[in-house]
Design a protein around this ligand. Structure first.
Ligand code: FES
Length: 574
């Protein structure tokens, strides 16, 4: 049995003698030296996601100290506890496989432990969405603290940062434009400090989305990890968490359809990562809010890209912060936003924009009259190759390839790609369409960021920088190119992509939002009968759960049993 009292009396399991259970609980916590006065205060739990495997969270000790200071200054009791931490480079086979596990860990520990509010500290790509998914399901008053971006480095006088420049320099190395010694020197400079990737990758995208959702204190998205500004945000977050604990403002009152529309608007205006769409879909799904892809595409047509950050533009996150951060962007987007959406401060988004004061001269956030790209970063594609939709990050694509028809060169899976892509006898031309199958939610599994198919080495050596590439996978938010992603349904569950063969013609029209396989329905049905698709299974453990339960990209790759059972609205346009 549990009761719903406050602080450490919350969630008390007892078997007929609640007094004894509380007596025991207090006895145990007093072993850590707490006084009764401390234990009577509002309890603010803090997720400690520090890990030696996660340099994007490498400032965790300082952040924890600052949050705890904020909690105590506001009269609360901070209680830090660990959860899983997931980093992009240390989560084989792919971090996306682990996101739902982290969300379950977060959700269940928020339910299990007594707390009046929680500070979620996340930063690297999958951590913020996992925490928001978990907190949305747990329903505890919650506030997000972002770890912050890394600093940029310098290579032979050129500013560099992870990971758009990682790809650019590696592309030059593959094309034999730079040698092994230089690529090793670049490797020292790409990640100049702890913190998250310094461009508008998924981590920065989710930081901006979290602020747009109203889940951070104002200005919480942009301060770099190692700055005093970041520590001040952490202290403010701690203090605000105590206010949340006292007011009981729950997450479902903040994460409304209007808040998700604001976040999607921001996603488009920052040229955000395609992964941001998947994560927002998953978070919204926990609250019974459906993301409408066609409405999102309409939103995109009226939302220009304003933020001049790599990979769509030229600057880095620290420049965005110096330019005023999200306040500057939100001020510019003001007429397009739901200003009455509530935030963790207890004020509305509109009130927070007003409180941020007037703007100043800067060149990182463009005015709507002079955008980086006239439409939103993402376009939603439909057609017989992607009946459930696909997306392209048009702001990072080559305009010359956005209306294109070409011959498919097909790779059956990631292993086939690795075995053949760099062979000199690969039959491929620059105007072909590279197709990679079975890297979707179940195919790989975990929908890895393998959609950034490398340019075949022999073409790269000849100077080819971009080709039309199509897959059911994802791509890093730091990547660029004419790359169609999230083809739904995926090949591994029998989507039309499974039936594409080398030599077929494929047509992409971003203008018409169309992705077509120029093969008749009869022929596709014949192929499907000849080569039926067998969905992957696993024998045991988490992978078995994942393959049984993961949804497709249009439902955010959440587990079907974790999504809300009733629909309460949709976004955009809810
Ligand atoms: Fe952590 Fe890029 S690897 S944010």
């Amino acid at each position: 049995m549990s009761n719903d009292r406050k602080g450490l009396k919350k969630g008390l399991t007892h078997y007929g003698d609640a007094g004894f259970s509380l007596f025991l609980r207090k006895a145990f916590i007093k072993g850590a030296g707490y006084t009764d006065d401390a234990l009577d205060r509002p309890v603010v739990a803090i997720t400690d996601t520090g890990s030696a495997y996660n340099p994007c969270h490498g400032n965790m000790p300082q952040l924890l100290e600052a949050v705890e200071r904020g909690v105590m200054l506001a009269g609360g009791l901070p209680m830090r506890f660990p959860t899983i931490s997931v980093h992009e480079s240390f989560s084989a086979p792919t971090s996306m496989l682990m996101r739902n596990l982290m969300s379950m860990d977060t959700e269940e520990m928020l339910r299990a432990q007594p707390m009046d509010a929680v500070v979620l500290i996340g930063g690297c790509d999958k951590t913020v969405p996992a925490q928001l998914m978990g907190a949305a399901s747990a329903g505890v008053p919650a506030i997000q603290l972002i770890t912050g971006s890394m600093l940029t480095g310098s290579h032979r006088g050129e500013r560099v940062g992870a990971c758009t420049d990682c790809r650019r320099y590696w592309g030059r190395f593959r094309a034999e434009e730079i040698d092994a010694e230089e690529i090793a020197a670049v490797n020292h400079q790409l990640v100049a400090s702890v913190g998250t990737c310094s461009v508008m990758g998924t981590a920065s995208t989710m930081a901006c989305a979290a602020e747009a959702l109203g889940m951070t204190v104002p200005g919480g998205a942009s301060p770099p990890a190692v700055t005093a500004d970041r520590m001040r945000i952490a202290e403010q977050t701690g203090a605000q968490a105590v206010a949340l604990a006292r007011s009981g403002l729950t997450i479902d009152r903040i994460l409304t359809p209007a808040a998700f529309e604001n976040a999607l608007r921001v996603l488009l205006a920052i040229g955000g990562s395609t992964n941001g769409l998947i994560h927002l879909t998953a978070i919204a799904g926990r609250l019974g809010i459906d993301i409408d892809l066609d409405a999102l595409d309409r939103l995109g047509r009226e939302t220009p890209v304003l933020l001049d950050l790599k990979p769509s533009g030229q600057h880095y996150m620290e420049d965005f912060h110096a330019a005023g951060g999200m306040a500057t962007l939100l001020r510019e987007l003001r007429p397009l936003l739901h200003l009455d959406a509530l935030t963790v401060s207890g004020r509305t988004l509109g009130e927070e924009i007003d409180r941020a004061g007037p703007g100043f001269a800067q060149d990182v956030v463009r005015p709507r009259t002079d955008p980086i790209y006239p439409q939103g970063g993402l376009a939603v594609l439909r057609g017989n190759l992607a009946p459930g939709g696909a997306i392209i990050k048009q702001s990072a694509a080559d305009t010359a390839l956005m209306e294109h028809e070409g011959r498919a060169v097909v790779f059956e899976d990631a292993e086939d790609l690795a075995a053949r892509i760099d062979r000199d006898d690969l039959d491929v031309r620059a105007d072909d369409v590279l197709v990679l199958k079975r890297i979707g939610p179940k195919g790989a599994p975990g929908m890895p960021e393998a959609g950034y198919i490398p340019i075949p080495k022999k073409l790269a050596r000849a100077g080819v920088k971009d080709m039309l590439r199509i897959s059911d996978g994802r791509m890093s938010g730091t990547a660029f190119g004419t790359i169609v992603l999230h083809v739904t349904p995926e090949a591994a569950v029998g989507g039309p992509l499974a039936q594409v063969r080398t030599g077929d013609r494929i047509r992409l029209s971003v203008r018409e939002r169309c992705l077509s396989l120029l093969v008749t329905d009869e022929e596709l049905a014949r192929r499907a009968q000849e080569h039926p698709v067998v969905a992957p299974v696993a024998e045991r453990g988490y992978r078995k759960l994942f393959l049984q339960s993961v949804t497709q990209a249009d439902q955010g790759l959440d587990f079907d049993f974790l999504r809300a059972t009733t629909t309460v609205g949709k976004a955009p346009g809810g």
